[in-house]
Design a protein around this ligand. Structure first.
Ligand SMILES: NC(=O)c1ccc[n+]([C@@H]2O[C@H](COP(=O)([O-])OP(=O)(O)OC[C@H]3O[C@@H](n4cnc5c(N)ncnc54)[C@H](OP(=O)(O)O)[C@@H]3O)[C@@H](O)[C@H]2O)c1
Length: 276
């Protein structure tokens, strides 16, 4: 089965690629070039690749960047999904599409698949529009996830880098459901082989950034007292939801591996850094 993985140079696509027999990774900087801002060529470009299934792990994921460049965010996170879903519908192939906890406003947390989205920034809004295009096709799975970490230099990795240098870590207040990218990749491939369709949350347990950094420090044998919590994210352009945690109980019943506990996720992170 030929699987086209969009967002090919991203951390999630690169983690899924080796788990799939015949993977074609495409993005602007992959060997197979595809620029999703050119929505008019997407259908034809995908036709030439002729996949049996598409995994859409692409996205303009810089939350502040989306706020200041809404046109590109709309093209990549929303409009391109319309074309991808149209191709899948015409060719009767499944689509696995990735979405975000940032479609929620963060006032409650513990969001389930049937919770009402209410994005407070443009990243969340553009992803939500993309989700609706994907959801309009019955043979699609929309995986909502949160705080994916392992390869990209986002909070847990930056925290680890600072802890390693004995520097203070400032953790912005708030809750989310971070997941190690390798566990999200394995869960997604399991899902790919199932009959499931519709929305599904796959994310880690609800935790503060401070607590996550503390647990990382403990696992790596570093000084957890270097971790501080701060109220405001300095220099952030877009608003962030305070508690964007996701309820993944449905996926925990469907997926055989432990993708959920912070212990399992941090253990994987530990093995990943000790393999490198
Ligand atoms: N990271 C998180 O914490 C997080 C949380 C919740 C949900 N998600 C979702 O999970 C998915 C995977 O995230 P990730 O962390 O793997 O993202 P990532 O590392 O930032 O990768 C994003 C990918 O999208 C591609 N892309 C961006 N603009 C493009 C364009 N104009 N044309 C073609 N490709 C483009 C990038 O490739 P090029 O730049 O080479 O084109 C890159 O390969 C995304 O849908 C994201 O919204 C992520």
């Amino acid at each position: 089965m030929k699987v086209l993985i969009l967002g090919g140079s991203g951390q999630l696509a690169r983690s899924i690629g080796p788990l799939v027999e015949e993977a074609v990774l495409a993005s602007r900087s992959s060997d197979t070039k595809l620029d999703l801002t050119h929505t008019e060529v997407i259908y034809d470009r995908i036709s030439k690749i002729d996949p049996d299934l598409i995994i859409n792990a692409s996205g303009m994921t810089g939350v502040d960047q989306c706020e200041t460049n809404i046109r590109e965010a709309y093209q990549v996170n929303a409009l391109s999904v319309k074309e991808i879903a149209r191709f899948c519908r015409d060719h009767k192939i499944r689509l696995i599409h990735f979405s975000t906890d940032y479609v929620f406003d963060g006032s409650e947390g513990g969001y389930r698949e049937d919770s009402i989205p209410n994005p407070i920034n443009y990243y969340g809004l553009s992803k939500l529009i993309g989700d609706t295009y994907a959801l309009s096709y019955d043979e699609s799975v929309i995986v909502r996830t949160s705080g994916v970490y392992g390869i990209s230099r986002n909070f847990p990795i930056l925290a680890l880098e600072k802890l390693n240098k004995n520097e203070q870590v400032n953790a912005i207040k708030g809750y989310y459901s971070p997941i190690f990218v390798g566990l999200l990749a394995r869960s997604s491939v399991e899902l790919m082989h199932s009959e499931r369709s519709g929305l599904l949350n796959i994310a880690g347990e609800r935790i503060t950034r401070r607590e996550l950094a503390v647990r990382i420090a403990e696992r790596f044998g570093l000084d957890k007292n270097l971790v501080r919590e701060e109220t405001e994210g300095l220099g952030l352009v877009a608003k962030r939801p305070f508690d964007s945690s996701l309820d993944s109980s449905l996926a925990r019943r469907l997926i055989s591996i432990d993708f959920y506990t912070s212990r399992a996720n941090i253990d994987e992170l530990y093995s990943y850094f000790n393999r490198k």
